[in-house]
Structure formats: C-alpha cells, structure tokens
Design a protein around this ligand. Structure first.
Ligand SMILES: [Zn+2]
Length: 267
C-alpha cells in the first residue's frame, strides 16, 4: 500500500472561466500541487509545483510573458524541497520524481533534486526538449528549468513493465508499473500536453487517480464541460483532451477518487 501526501507549492491566478466554460471572469486562485508517495521502503514525488527557479528562468526573453499571463504567487520557503525538509525528508531520501508533463508549474523544482531519477514520457520529452522562443511559450515550457544532466538521469515510463489495471480504472487501458509491488502505475492521459501522464495509486482506501492537468476542476469531468477556447492555445490535442475527460467522467462515476493539480475555487 502507498501512503499519499499532498503539498501546495505556490499558486497562480487567472479568470475562473478560462479553466471552466461558464464560470465567472473573476480571478481565481489555482494552486500548484505536488505529491509524496511512500511505502515502507521507497519514496517518490509526483510533480514539483513552483520553485524559485521559475522566477530565475522567466526573467528574460519572450518566456517572460508566461508569468505575466498567469501571475505567480510563491514564497521560496514553500518550495517542495523546503516543505519536505521540514518533515525531515531530504532529496537523497527520494527514489524518483515522476513528471506529469513539462509545463513550468510542474517542473520548476527539478533542480532542487539533483541526484534522483526523473520519470516521464519519452514521447513527451522528444516533443518538448527542443522547444525555444515562441513555441516554448506556447507550450508553457521554460527550458532553463531542465537540469543540464536531465537526459542522463531520466527514465521513460514507456519501457516500464506493462500491467493490467483494476476494473474501476480499466477504461484507461493498461498501466506501467513504477514499483515491483505494482501499487504505483503510470497511465497516459493524453490531450493537455505532449506526453501528459497520470498516476494510479493503491492506498489503504483503495485506488486513487492523480490526474494532473487532465482537468482543472471536477466540474470539467462531471459535467463534461471543458475550459474556455482560449485555453486550447496551450493544449496539445483537443480531441484527445476530451476523450480523456470522458474517461475521467466514467472513473468518477465508479467512485474512484481523482485528485487534480490545480483544483481551485471556481465561482
Ligand atoms: Zn499543464
């Protein structure tokens, strides 16, 4: 069984209706979340939220627009590495850092974990690694957030052992086992960004799906109501996004808990 802990690592603001058609234009808070997953002998992270590196690497060039479009609120003391340190967990205690996708608010803290393995989609990385200038901005990718030795430390989930999913998650196809106990399974959740993945986690309470940015609010999948058209600009594949949203809809009906990275208070 996996024990799961959720951390809020900064937030950004933008009008609620960008995340959900029909919500108000009022600016809403969208937290950036990260997770610690542990059993009795291993620990993993899922995403990092914001970190000081985000400010450092969005100061110059066209990528500056990223932080103007979605103003970021973050205090260095709240970085994931610092929050973990306060719990007595150092980067050396972590076995691997799973990256849901390469948007800046999910990878800003990679440099704070200088020795551990990174785990992500090989397909997503191939499509993202060379993006610079406007195409990087359009994909919310901040190249400076990627550590110089990233490619020597990364493991692509596509090569992990394939494993059938439990009934309630089977609509997602098959899983890719992160651990030998098969209690942590990566699943592709395509659409939002290149190589976007989620994580099925077997906890004491049953399976939980960490769905990253496959939705920005439970209303997205409960009412099959997507974000505003303007959000499609950063979307990798709109059709795939809605297919994934339909799958979350079915999983939710089966009462599997779904946790999202940015679930905010929409009005
Ligand atoms: Zn994203």
């Amino acid at each position: 069984m996996i024990e799961i802990r959720r951390f809020e690592v900064g937030y950004c603001t933008h009008p609620g209706c960008i995340a959900l058609q029909g919500a108000s234009f009022k600016a809403c808070k969208f937290p950036a979340r990260a997770w610690l997953l542990q059993n009795n002998h291993q620990r993993w992270l899922f995403d990092t939220g914001y970190a000081q590196h985000f400010y450092d690497h969005t100061r110059h060039g066209i990528i500056r627009l990223y932080r103007s479009i979605t103003p970021v609120y973050f205090d260095t003391k709240d970085s994931l590495v610092n929050q973990l340190q306060r719990e007595g967990i150092s980067p050396a205690d972590i076995n691997g850092l799973i990256i849901s996708h390469f948007h800046g608010d999910h990878i800003a803290g990679l440099r704070d974990f200088p020795q551990i393995d990174y785990i992500c989609s090989g397909d997503g990385w191939q499509k993202t690694r060379k993006l610079r200038g406007f195409s990087a901005l359009k994909n919310a990718f901040v190249p400076g957030l990627i550590p110089e030795d990233f490619e020597t430390r990364v493991k692509f989930y596509e090569a992990f052992p394939r494993c059938p999913l439990p009934d309630e998650l089977q609509i997602l196809g098959e899983g890719f086992a992160v651990n030998t106990e098969k209690t942590l399974l990566i699943v592709p959740l395509p659409g939002h960004a290149a190589g976007h993945i989620g994580l099925c986690v077997l906890t004491e309470q049953g399976w939980i799906l960490l769905a990253a940015d496959a939705a920005w609010s439970p209303t997205n999948y409960r009412q099959l109501r997507g974000p505003m058209a303007i959000a499609n600009i950063i979307m990798d594949d709109k059709q795939a996004y809605y297919e994934t949203l339909n799958k979350l809809h079915e999983i939710d009906k089966r009462h599997v808990e779904i946790q999202l990275c940015h679930e905010g208070e929409l009005v």
